[in-house]
Design a protein around this ligand. Structure first.
Ligand SMILES: C[S@@+](CC[C@H](N)C(=O)[O-])C[C@H]1O[C@@H](n2cnc3c(N)ncnc32)[C@H](O)[C@@H]1O
Length: 222
């Protein structure tokens, strides 16, 4: 078995044994595929990790940057109490439309708002509307803007807010200081920002799985 096939097999085993079948999540992935959305959502074990982290943080207000079809949105929204709220920012109108349908099918429309527009345009409005501070922030949009998103996450947070940033390793490219790939440059800029930001305590974990070799940052606002 090649490494990638082995990683996928282990992810399937984890999903089968620890998560089981889930009609709303499976329907979301089917709807995404039917609508031609790219399959770049988090894996089922990663979605469950986000869900558990949000619960550990006692999150009542969650901010997500990058909804795609709402797969991670559903995982996160399920961690919220009845009066909890999740705002997810999505630039692509089609993605947002599919995400809203998926969230509705999962019975979470009362807790979830998918806002359309480029996140760097919608984030100032969220601040102006006084919707923060958020207890949990998940950053998973265009990686080139990761440092700017992290700045916004800090503005919209409080001490104790947990922040997760996805796709910070892509196939190990993060250590290529000479890379001109805007995503790699953006991820590296974000790491440099974290390194000099006294308000953040953070780590990064590499992962392998159905989505290949990647990783995420986990940070807490101190
Ligand atoms: C990796 S996907 C998100 C996956 C989703 N979090 C999940 O796991 O189900 C990234 C999404 O970010 C959106 N995106 C890209 N640039 C954006 C921007 N500037 N503002 C808001 N959303 C953006 C893309 O359209 C895409 O749907």
């Amino acid at each position: 078995m090649t490494s990638k096939r082995a990683w996928s097999g282990v992810d399937s085993y984890f999903a089968k044994t620890l998560i089981g079948s889930d009609a709303a999540l499976e329907a979301a992935l089917s709807a995404n595929a039917a609508a031609g959305l790219p399959a770049i959502d988090v894996s089922a074990p990663q979605g469950k990790l986000l869900h558990l982290l949000a619960r550990m943080a006692g999150a009542r207000k969650v901010l997500e940057i990058g909804a795609l079809g709402g797969y991670s949105t559903i995982w996160l929204a399920r961690a919220l109490p009845d009066d909890g709220r999740l705002i997810s920012l999505e630039r692509n109108l089609r993605h947002a439309e599919v995400a809203r349908l998926n969230v509705g099918r999962a019975g979470l429309e009362r807790k979830v708002e998918i806002r359309t527009g480029a996140a760097l345009d919608t984030l100032p409005k969220i601040q102006a509307e006084g919707l923060g501070p958020f207890d949990f922030v998940f950053i998973d949009a265009d990686k080139a803007n990761n440092a700017a998103y992290l700045e916004w996450a800090l503005r919209l947070s409080r001490p104790g807010t947990a922040i997760v940033v996805d796709n910070v390793v892509p196939e190990g490219e993060v250590i290529d200081a000479a890379s001109r790939d805007p995503d790699v440059v953006g991820v590296r800029r974000m790491f440099e920002m974290i390194a000099r930001e006294p308000r953040l305590s953070a780590t990064a974990i590499q992962t392998v799985g159905a989505k290949g070799w990647d990783g995420f940052v986990l940070a807490i606002v101190v």
